[in-house]
Design a protein around this ligand. Structure first.
Ligand SMILES: [Zn+2]
Length: 279
């Protein structure tokens, strides 16, 4: 099947990964990788059952949310209005609420949004998603952590974000958009090739951005790229060894009483920091 790159329309893509009936095809020009076959929005949305979120209830995820919050917090004015887009059960909301921000949450999962509303008492929203869901310039910042790699309509969603973010007018700064996502050009993916951890989330991950391809899409949507930063995750030794199926090492860490020791692995992801460009 011939595909052209969703970002730069280059026609010559090459296969970087194959699993069952799925392939990841990469563009040598802009670095973007695409899942083949590519799902419709309806197909993509069927994945997010309550089980999907129950897997993510772990203290390690709160540590991830805190690290993201600390980054975002440096760039925002006090009591900013923040939309957490696709934030699931609200790890980020829980941390950011303590910082005095006014928070709103949207997620495709009704289950997740009921949980967030009950736990944090903030306004929550579920599909249908349209530009009218929020008003023009409603938010000082939008965070979409680990979301864009799941969205078949990522261009449309970036356009919505642009509309919903504030315009620069003293004393207000331009609206900020913060996103994390896997980086297909990360050093570990280059090193591991088809064994990369980044290719193991099929079919949930359908877009595989590189710093170059996310910059192209962001600029097309009207944003200025402020920073693209190496990002990662914090996990316990127990979590890492169990995911890698290294049971003997896992057993040893338990014997030594260090199974819950956590480390930060800054490798596979990137934090993309953007501003609404009013020019
Ligand atoms: Zn391309």
């Amino acid at each position: 099947m011939t595909y052209s790159c969703l970002i730069c329309q280059n026609q010559k893509l090459f296969k970087v990964y194959e699993q069952g009936s799925y392939r990841i095809m990469k563009c040598p020009n802009c670095g973007f990788g695409v899942l083949d076959p590519y799902p419709t929005i309806e197909q993509a949305n069927t994945i997010y059952s309550p089980d999907y979120f129950d897997d993510k209830k772990s203290p390690d995820f709160i540590k991830d949310a805190t690290r993201k919050y600390n980054y975002v917090n440096k760039h925002l004015q006090a009591s900013s209005k923040i939309l957490d887009f696709g934030g699931g059960v609200g790890d980020f909301v829980g941390v950011a609420k303590k910082g005095g921000y006014q928070l709103y949450a949207y997620d495709v999962s009704t289950y997740a949004m009921e949980h967030v509303h009950k736990t944090f008492n903030i306004p929550t929203y579920t599909p249908p998603l349209s530009v009218d869901l929020f008003s023009k310039s409603q938010f000082d910042a939008i965070v979409a952590f680990d979301v864009i790699e799941h969205l078949p309509n990522f261009r449309e969603v970036l356009n919505f974000f642009y509309v919903w973010l504030t315009e620069k007018s003293e004393p207000k700064q331009s609206g900020k958009l913060f996103m994390t996502m896997p980086n297909i050009d990360s050093w570990d993916t280059k090193l591991m090739g088809k064994y990369s951890y980044g290719y193991k989330k099929i079919p949930q991950h359908i877009n595989y951005f590189s710093p170059q391809s996310i910059s192209i899409v962001a600029k097309e949507a009207g944003f200025t790229v402020d920073e693209i930063k190496l990002w990662g995750f914090e996990r316990s030794l127990d979590f890492v060894f169990s995911k890698l199926k290294l049971e003997r090492l896992r057993h040893i860490t338990h014997q030594l009483g260090i199974a819950n020791l956590t480390f930060y692995y800054p490798m596979h992801d990137m934090m993309v920091s953007l501003s609404k460009n009013n020019d």
